[in-house]
Structures are given as structure tokens and as C-alpha cells.
Design a protein around this ligand. Structure first.
Ligand code: SF4
Length: 312
């Protein structure tokens, strides 16, 4: 009996000695993650002048990891920002079957942030109006948008913050190219389609994987996003998988694609409304940016093994 005690005590002692460095490592990693999230959100806010002195920011909460993460980080930044601004969290309860309506009010109540729950049964409208088997997202999101704009007016919100992140932005870019024949995506800041509100995306620089880890660490009470019974957009799912696959196989590719969105060269694309191709004349001045005629461009890209490959 005493041997068992000794053994367990020894095992426990070894386990706790092993656990201590492991715990420290996790704490360090979490601290780094928090710093990175705050830095990226702060950088996006500054780069696009998203939040200004005296703003009242309506933070749209769906109950998913992205919106919880957005509110959490904005609350941290609010404490240390050089400007004064207000946050008000808003959730639209669309009365989808099984929606756990107590979850968000309980969570938001604990955070101390002012919040508003808007109850509007759009689910019944959508299921009544749209034929069975047809996609419901078009009408559903139109109704949701209209309600959120009205709520923003009623609350006196000067900005509407959405939780879309870097990976949403890249997915949307590719979807627009593949299916919409347009090179555009979700912008970090834009006037709403009714022309009356400014919509901001403070998570624009944040990688989705960081939000997944942050949600796990903070143990957010995530509400499932499939309660409406609508199929997830298959194309978006596929493009998301493709990007994740690329990230694994070609480290750096996602970052480069995202940086490309901030480095657009209209003279090297084909849109005549962005660059005056028709009126082009020789300048007589040599320029690195000029056309190199038959010389193909070469690229140095990181390979999976970390070797540099020159692609021509
Ligand atoms: S997935 Fe469901 S909740 Fe989301 S827009 Fe479509 S119908 Fe509405």
C-alpha cells in the first residue's frame, strides 16, 4: 500500500515538474497571441482610420468565434487607445430553431460592455416566402442588413463593426474572381449600401487560425452557425479548404496574397478605367516599372522545404 502511495507521489511529482515548463510555454504562447491580435487590430484601425474620437461603435455579435474575438480585442484596445470611443454589442436574434437565446446576454452581461439584443423573427418570414429547397441566404441577409441599419440608427452608432478576418477577405477575393469575374473583396471600411452608415472590419489583418486559438483559450460560448438549416455555401467552403491547403504546402503564400491587395499596380492590369492605356505615350524617361518587353518576370518564392525557387 505504501509503495503505491510512494509511486503515486513520485509520479505526481514528476508530472507536476513536467507540467510546469509546459504550462509556462502555453502561457507565453497565449501572451504572444494576445499581443499579436491587439497589434493587428490596432494596425488595421490606424491604417484605415476605422475608429475616431467620440465614435460609438456597434459591434455585431453572431455568437461565432470571430465576433467574440472582435469584441474581446476591441475592449482591450479601448482601455489603452489614445482616443475615447464607445462600444455597444448588438445581437440580432432571428428566431432560428434551437437558438440558445440566453447565451449572449449572459456572456455580454459578464463582460460589462453595453449591449442590445434585437428580437426579429426573420426565420419565419424567410421560410414562408422562399420555396423549399431554394437558397434562403439572399433574403435572410437582406432582412438582417436592414434591421441592423435601423438598430444602428436607434442606438446612435457612428460605425458598424463586422468580424470578417483576413481569410474571409482572401476567400471573397477568389470567389469574386472565380464566379463574379471581378477583382474585389470585402473592404476594411466602406459606406453601407443604404449610404447612411460606415461599416468597418477591424479584424481585416487577423488570421483565422489565431481567432480559433483565441476562442479556445477564452472559452467563448460559441453558438452553432447552422441553426437556420441552410447549407453552408459550398464554393466558399471549397475555396477555404484550398487556401488552408496552400498555407500548409507553401508557407508565405497566403501572406503574399494578402499583401498583394495592398500593392495594386493598375498600369500592370487590364482595367482601362484605372489606367489610361488609350492615351499612353513614351515618356522618354527610363523606369524600372516600365515594360520589359520579352523578358519574363522572375519570382523568388519560399518552397515547402524552405528553399528558394525562382519561378520564371
Ligand atoms: S446561412 Fe442561414 S442565417 Fe446565414 S444568411 Fe443563410 S439563411 Fe441566413
Amino acid at each position: 500500500m505504501s509503495a503505491v502511495w510512494t509511486e503515486s507521489e513520485n509520479t505526481a511529482a514528476t508530472a507536476s515538474a513536467d507540467a510546469a515548463p509546459q504550462r509556462l510555454k502555453i502561457e507565453r504562447e497565449t501572451h504572444k497571441l494576445e499581443k499579436r491580435l491587439c497589434r493587428e487590430v490596432g494596425r488595421a484601425i490606424v491604417d484605415f482610420n476605422m475608429i475616431e474620437e467620440g465614435d460609438r461603435v456597434m459591434v455585431c455579435m453572431s455568437g461565432g468565434k470571430d465576433s467574440y474575438g472582435m469584441l474581446d480585442i476591441l475592449m482591450k484596445l479601448q482601455q489603452r487607445a489614445p482616443i475615447r470611443f464607445e462600444l455597444i454589442a448588438v445581437n440580432l436574434d432571428q428566431k432560428q430553431p434551437g437558438f440558445p437565446e440566453h447565451v449572449l446576454p449572459e456572456y455580454l452581461g459578464k463582460t460589462g460592455v453595453p449591449f442590445h439584443i434585437e428580437n426579429q423573427d426573420t426565420y419565419s418570414i424567410v421560410t414562408r416566402v422562399i420555396e423549399e429547397g431554394k437558397t434562403t441566404c439572399g433574403l435572410c441577409s437582406r432582412l438582417r442588413r436592414g434591421i441592423l441599419y435601423r438598430v444602428a440608427d436607434e442606438l446612435g452608432a457612428t460605425k458598424i463593426a463586422l468580424g470578417h478576418h483576413r481569410d474571409d477577405i482572401l476567400q471573397t477575393l477568389l470567389l469574386n474572381m472565380f464566379f463574379g469575374a471581378k477583382m474585389k473583396t470585402m473592404p476594411p471600411k466602406l459606406v453601407s449600401d443604404d449610404g447612411r452608415h460606415v461599416v468597418i472590419r477591424p479584424m481585416a489583418y487577423v488570421a483565422e487560425k489565431d481567432l480559433v486559438r483565441w476562442a479556445q483559450h477564452r472559452e467563448f460560448p460559441i453558438i452553432p452557425c447552422n441553426l437556420c438549416g441552410s447549407q453552408e455555401n459550398l464554393q466558399r467552403v471549397q475555396v477555404g479548404e484550398m487556401l488552408r491547403e496552400w498555407e500548409k504546402k507553401f508557407p508565405g503564400r497566403i501572406e503574399n496574397m494578402f499583401s498583394a491587395l495592398q500593392n495594386v499596380v493598375p498600369s500592370h492590369l487590364l482595367d482601362g478605367t484605372l489606367h489610361d492605356f488609350k492615351g499612353l505615350k513614351p515618356t522618354g524617361v527610363a523606369s524600372e516599372q516600365g515594360d520589359k518587353a520579352f523578358d519574363p518576370e522572375s519570382f523568388v518564392a519560399p518552397s515547402p522545404a524552405g528553399l528558394n525557387i525562382v519561378a520564371v
